[in-house]
Design a protein around this ligand. Structure first.
Ligand SMILES: [Zn+2]
Ligand SMILES: [Zn+2]
Length: 576
């Protein structure tokens, strides 16, 4: 868990530099380093021991030295000194979306605000308005920002929780006498945010499981411990519960603890109508146990086929199951490509070879390499000449690559009026064009909707990137007339992205489903900036499954040849 400490310190440095108004590229370098370190699959101390820290993208000599200092001493002198240059408490304010370094400074200088609680109180009482640049509306934004911060710490994005869940499950499987084990709850349903984690276990030695679970190295606090159930808080503050259940009850317990509550209520109603009782121990007719060992038996007892956990939200899955019309949800093995990966040409870290190698490991056939366009300077957006160099490099790569093929794409900025960052003449040369909004989020619903639709009307745009712009804990989805956007997507044949980056998951499950119902195609993009992050594709798959999508609803399930012909049909139409 060292990597989280290092990342936290680097983020802290970026914050202080921001308050001091330092060079944005330097700030960005620390933020990127933090992000890259967090998504490492290898242990930082191992890398250090082998002298290979500098192999981590974005880590040069200077940062490698700083990491080494943190790993050996637990702190960083540079950071301690830097923090003294700004008033304490100011950094905390920066965590609130809508409070930039200038506002933070102002709040401190004029009102002596040094904590989020204080900021909240003053905003509630309307005492901030009147400060230069702060109106009633700004106060509202600050309060909404504070709510986001609080929500971000109460419920975490699925993508940040899953690695930890997998770690705990593997840890118990390896060391404890575990016969069966499964996560339940919102993690198993793959909800986009997770409050706490429930894990169910079957074991002939529950005491031993409790012992091993509560003494894991990442446990900070044991909150409760009984003979078959324990609850801990991990070093980064997540609550994890493990419960040992009887072999005969595992399926029933899994149903019960997976939920959702709304789904379970419907299942229990069906049971009552058949004169049965369903609870976490099994399915009973008076005192006789009829089922419980497997989930399938529980569903069968109420006359239903097994329902995938991602659908268990009482959003029509019971009716679909009764009618024999459950969707055949898209699966990992259906995915053949990734639509949105950044390379070293912009702010990504992988070369074309690195990206293809990772794709091969993940069993993918193609990857669209989409780098930022020229306006996005902080992210190394490509000028036209650079784009043309990249285009040639991708062509050459494909000639020597027998299996994995790359598409030369771009993530093109949609400007404030719906225009694009490259001319049509340039866009026409690219294999695939993702268009995204990266600025002007405060324009309001009408303008943002119009920009999005204008981009879709450009015949060279194939996919709209992260269509609602939300970032967990940082930014709400911007207001969009989703119906108008989905109608325009259907009319123009433009696909919409399910951006799988852990903080985004955008489109979300509900909108993805609405899109597919209108016949709009969706495309999962990992938005990887490091090749390891291409694994995020799995999170996009979770969203797709929660959105009831089948293989036919996604561009990612096309073979390279199929995708090329879909794209060239669009190009042909554009040329007409
Ligand atoms: Zn983007
Ligand atoms: Zn991107």
């Amino acid at each position: 868990m060292d990597k989280y400490t290092v990342a936290a310190i680097f983020r802290g440095i970026a914050d202080v530099l921001e308050i001091k108004g330092e060079n944005p590229f330097r700030i960005r370098a620390y933020q990127r380093a933090a992000q890259n370190i967090e998504s490492l699959t290898e242990d930082l101390s191992d890398l250090m021991a082998r002298g290979e820290l500098e192999r981590v993208p974005g880590i040069g000599k200077d940062l490698a030295r700083k990491i080494a200092e943190i790993l050996t001493t637990g702190r960083l002198r540079y950071y301690e000194e830097l923090k003294k240059e700004v008033p304490p408490g100011l950094v905390e304010l920066l965590a609130v979306p809508g409070v930039g370094p200038r506002t933070a400074r102002l709040l401190y200088d004029q009102m002596n605000v040094t904590s989020i609680d204080e900021l909240e109180r003053l905003a509630r009482e309307g005492r901030l308005r009147g400060l230069p640049g702060i109106k009633a509306k700004t106060e509202e934004n600050i309060l909404r920002g504070i709510a986001l911060v609080r929500q971000g710490t109460a419920r975490r994005p699925l993508g940040l929780v899953l690695p930890l869940v997998e770690y705990v499950v593997a840890y118990l499987q390896e060391r404890a006498p575990v016969e069966r084990i499964s996560p339940a709850g919102s993690v198993r349903r793959r909800c986009e945010t997770v409050g706490d984690v429930d894990i169910l276990v079957v074991s002939s030695a529950p005491e031993r499981v409790m012992e091993i679970f509560t003494t894991m190295p990442l446990v900070r606090e044991v909150m409760a411990r009984g003979g078959t159930r324990a609850s801990v808080r991990t070093t980064d503050g997540l609550q994890v519960d493990v419960r040992v259940v009887e072999r005969e009850s595992f399926g029933a317990a899994l149903c019960y603890f997976t939920g959702s509550k709304a789904h379970n209520i419907r299942i229990r109603e069906l049971a009552v109508r058949k004169g049965l009782k369903i609870n976490e121990y099994g399915v009973f007719r008076s005192d006789e146990r009829l089922a419980g060992r497997e989930e399938e038996e529980v569903y069968a007892a109420v006359g239903l086929p097994w329902i995938p956990p991602e659908l268990r939200e009482d959003r029509g899955e019971i009716e679909a199951a009764q009618a024999g019309r459950l969707p055949r949800l898209v699966e990992r093995s259906d995915l053949k490509g990734d639509l949105h990966v950044h390379s070293r040409y912009s702010d990504g870290s992988g070369t074309l070879e690195d990206i293809a190698a990772r794709a091969r490991q993940l069993g993918l056939e193609w990857v669209a390499v989409c780098d930022h366009s020229r306006s996005l300077k902080v992210a190394g957006g490509l000028e036209v000449e650079e784009l043309l160099v990249k285009l040639r490099a991708v062509r050459e790569f494909n000639e020597r690559s027998p299996d994995v093929k790359l598409l030369c794409g771009a993530e093109v900025d949609i400007d404030g009026r719906g225009g694009l960052d490259y001319s049509d003449e340039i866009l026409a040369q690219l294999d695939l064009v993702v268009a995204s909004i990266h600025s002007g989020f405060k324009q309001g619903e009408a303008a943002l909707t119009a920009r999005t639709i204008a981009a879709m009307e450009n015949p060279y745009v194939d996919l709209i990137g992260h269509p609602t712009g939300r970032l967990f804990g940082e930014r709400e989805a911007y207001p969009l007339d989703l119906t108008a956007v989905l109608d325009a997507a259907a009319r123009t044949g433009t696909a919409l992205e399910i951006n799988a980056y852990p903080k985004r998951l955008d489109l979300n499950d509900v909108y993805s489903r609405a899109a597919a119902q209108k016949g709009v195609l969706l495309g999962i993009g990992s938005d990887a900036h490091l090749v390891d992050q291409m694994d995020y594709l799995a999170l996009g798959l979770d969203v797709a499954r929660r959105g009831w999508l089948t293989a036919r609803d996604l561009l990612n399930t096309m073979t390279y040849a199929e995708l090329r012909s879909w794209l060239s049909a669009r190009r042909a139409r554009a040329a007409r």
